[in-house]
Design a binder for this molecule. Structure first.
Ligand code: PMP
Length: 356
């Protein structure tokens, strides 16, 4: 068929599965195991549905202002989108436009190469070292832009601010995007660097630490100039991105700092406890400052454990990809959920040891 020659063909990103079984334990897409801030439910219950006749505010002004206040920046430095995937996709389209390859780690968020392919942006991957860390020297070659998550995904490994600054400083002629989807679980944000670098864009999300994956809110903070260019592209694409409920409820989630601190601290505490218990079961993992653990077992294959867990309705994530095929990415759930996971793994590992 001739028309097919002109189709934009892409290999899409494969999102984690979203099963819906009554007794399942869902530890596969890094959602928050706790509900959103209590005020979100209160506001949602009293929502003015009549207002849904009307288009939302295309600038999402109240949400942008709430974020600006929280992060001590000007509203002109904040851009919001439908999850950070939307923000990142807009940023790729806006800033990676030179024809030179953009750079990102070989093991990283697997949406980056998909957007690069979609937008016809050439790219080159830079291998993480044997401890899963970024090598800043790799990012000193000619390029059309840089992006990396910090902490990285799916490893959870954090980079310190010095490493991030080294990369941003070495790339003043291009835009450097730091994807901080998981930064609230113990990582160090690059936001303080914004005072020095107008080529830095920091992207964050409400999907993990603010327990609103279902509402789809992401945002980024950068120099007013960067955000201006991003808005020009966004308004050439779709004016009304964030719907009314997302704008209203998002503000409430940002305002409740106490609840945010309490739930992120609980997740961090659970993560540290589970790390110790996984170690005792023969798992190894790099240091994680995210809401997941990237674990490999010393004698049982990751694929086998993944399948056994899945059969027991415990969902984690596994990729059949170079370097990471022996690892499972396990989201940190509630203590009860993690206890069920650990009980299953204890039995499974002991049975496997007996069979040998
Ligand atoms: N960045 C990274 C590194 C992620 O793992 C994710 C979650 N899949 C996202 C961005 C996007 O999350 P969301 O669109 O829900 O904000």
């Amino acid at each position: 068929m001739k028309w097919e020659d002109n189709v934009r063909k892409v290999v899409p990103y494969v999102a984690g599965e979203q099963p819906d079984k009554p007794n399942m334990i869902k530890l596969n897409t890094n959602e928050c195991p706790y509900p959103p801030a209590p005020g979100v439910a209160r506001l949602a219950a009293g929502m003015d549905c009549d207002a849904l006749r009307l288009y939302p505010n295309s600038d999402a002004t109240p949400l942008v202002e709430a974020l600006a206040e929280y992060y001590h920046v000007s509203p002109g430095q904040v851009f919001v989108g439908v999850g950070s995937d939307d923000v990142l996709s807009m940023a790729f389209l806006t800033f990676f436009n030179s024809g030179r390859p953009i750079l990102f780690p070989d093991v990283t968020y697997s949406f980056y190469d998909v957007w690069a392919d979609l937008y016809r942006i050439p790219y080159k991957t830079c291998p993480l070292d044997n401890n899963w860390h970024i090598c800043p020297e790799d990012y000193k070659q000619p390029n059309g832009g840089v992006i990396f998550p910090n902490p990285n995904a799916p490893t959870g490994v954090p980079e310190d601010l010095k490493t991030v600054e080294e990369i941003v400083a070495a790339n003043r002629d291009v835009v450097v995007i730091v994807d901080e989807a998981y930064v609230d679980f113990g990582g160090v944000s690059a936001l303080p660097l914004l005072e020095k670098y107008d080529n830095l864009l920091v992207v964050q999300t409400f999907s993990k630490s603010r327990a609103l994956a279902g509402l789809r809110i992401g945002f980024c903070i950068g120099s007013e100039k960067l955000i201006g260019y991003l808005n020009d592209v966004k308004f050439s694409f779709n004016s009304y991105t964030l719907n009314r409920p997302a704008q209203v409820l998002g503000v409430e989630a940002v305002r409740d700092q106490a609840y945010f601190k309490e739930t992120t601290a609980k997740i961090i505490a659970t993560r540290e406890r589970v790390k110790e218990e996984l170690k005792e079961l023969g798992f190894t993992f790099p240091e994680s400052k995210a809401n997941f653990i990237f674990a490999s077992h010393r004698s049982i294959s990751a694929k086998q454990i993944f399948q056994a867990l899945r059969d027991a309705d415990i969902y984690v994530r596994h990729w059949d990809k170079p370097r990471i095929s022996e690892y499972l990415r396990i989201t940190v759930g509630t203590d009860e959920q993690m206890d069920r996971l650990l009980t299953f793994l204890r039995d499974y590992v002991n049975c496997a040891a007996k069979d040998r």
